[in-house]
Design a protein. Structure first.
Length: 397
């Protein structure tokens, strides 16, 4: 029998998707599964995006530019300018989702055995991207009790070694919804300059901030960090275009972007038709996003209000993104989540969550916690919470 690579064998499973066989089991029994485990919004994509796909008269889908079309990159420049981020098209490489942008980034800045520092819990696939690039994740624990705020700067500095190549954060955070303050971004940038490393910021959820007194601050707002800064972005969540698979890697570091372009050449070009849909989404972006943010705010408030009624459940109120972290009165949130799919239903429905333990690199953390995506409408969220309440009573009795 031919042997597989150690890298492939050791690649971690997605905690977001690994319970899918159990969900399929429930569905095959005729049980309706409400999916709150994954960041797949049920909100319609922009009309302009759908129209350009439906009505396109192209007779050929040719290769595009490896960096993404100039037209789209110019549109992105205008979008970012409205967010007080001053870049030019040459600072952008359009990628096949934010996933490819992160993969390009790690392969550009790291060699096998190098390290990246990430506050945890973090987007679960960061573990996978690092493992696939033979990079070691060095975690810094943030705590539920502290609202998952950024650990002390001294703790971050203590993790830096000769193999450290970058600090990676998601702002606002998936899975916690934590929004980094301006001074926190500044401190991280200063650490990057001081130690001659990169600061990578995943800003996919930048538009989803729910407190009007708080604001998103991009790493690219700080000119002094330009050579050390890399921003990752995507249209997936912002415009409900998850299936388009269009993201981007942005940096003013010319040497870095020239290196990233080589990786872009290897995969030839990002998806042509999806870029057209993504560019169309920018036409009435402000109008669209205003409605979407209002809807997500309503969903968040509904979810927080309903779950707060359940005895023994603690839930954090996120500043951004569209996820909540809840702590359940169970020994293992993963076992409970499986049980929900295999052994429980209420009115012939059950609900699927993402156990938070899979969002850590450190073992044994987040055992009682789940990530809940408020990606379904309020009516379904209310039903989901009722199922959770009934399930917890049944499970613990």
């Amino acid at each position: 029998m031919p042997k597989l690579s150690k890298k492939g064998i050791n690649l971690p499973e997605s905690p977001i998707r690994k319970l899918i066989p159990f969900a399929d089991y429930a569905k095959n029994k005729g049980v309706n599964v409400l999916h709150l485990n994954i960041g797949q919004p049920d909100i319609d994509s922009p009309e302009e995006s759908i129209k350009i796909v439906k009505k396109n008269k192209l007779k050929l889908l040719p290769y595009g530019s490896s960096e993404g079309s100039l037209s789209y990159r110019k549109s992105l420049v205008n979008y970012y300018l409205n967010n007080k981020i001053n870049i030019n098209p040459d600072d952008i490489i359009v990628t096949t989702g934010a996933s490819e942008a992160l993969t390009f980034t790690l392969n550009c800045i790291c060699d096998a055995g190098d390290e990246i520092i990430i506050p945890e819990p973090f987007y679960a696939n960061y573990n996978g991207f690092a493992s696939a690039s033979n990079v070691k994740v060095v975690p810094i624990v943030s705590k539920f009790e502290d609202g998952f705020k950024l650990p002390l700067v001294e703790k971050i500095k203590s993790k830096i070694s000769s193999r450290t190549k970058a600090i990676l954060i998601c702002n606002p955070s998936n899975p916690t919804g934590y929004l980094y303050k301006k001074n926190e971004i500044k401190k991280l940038g200063e650490i990057a300059i001081e130690n001659d490393i990169f600061i990578i910021v995943d800003e996919v959820y930048r538009e989803f901030i729910y407190d009007k007194t708080k604001k998103h601050h991009s790493i690219l707002e700080f000119e002094k960090f330009s050579n050390n800064s890399i921003m990752i972005d995507s249209v997936s969540k912002r415009y409900s275009l998850c299936g388009a698979r269009v993201g981007c890697m942005i940096s003013k570091n010319k040497e870095l972007m020239a290196t990233a372009k080589k990786f872009a050449h290897l995969r030839l070009s990002p998806p042509t038709l999806a870029i057209l849909a993504s560019e169309a989404a920018l036409i009435n972006s402000n109008t669209y996003l205003k409605k979407v943010k209002k809807e997500y705010k309503l969903r968040k408030e509904t979810l927080i209000s309903e779950i707060s009624k359940i005895n023994g459940v603690k839930i954090l109120n996120p500043d951004g993104a569209f996820y909540c972290i809840a702590r359940l009165p169970v020994d293992s949130a993963e076992k409970f989540s499986k049980w929900l799919l295999t052994d429980f239903s209420y009115n012939n429905e059950t609900v699927m969550f993402a156990p938070l333990s899979g969002f850590y690199s450190s073992k044994g953390l987040g055992a009682k916690d789940i990530r809940i995506g408020f990606v379904l409408n309020s009516r379904k969220l209310i039903r989901s919470v009722k199922i959770l309440e009934k399930a917890l009573y049944s499970y613990n009795n």
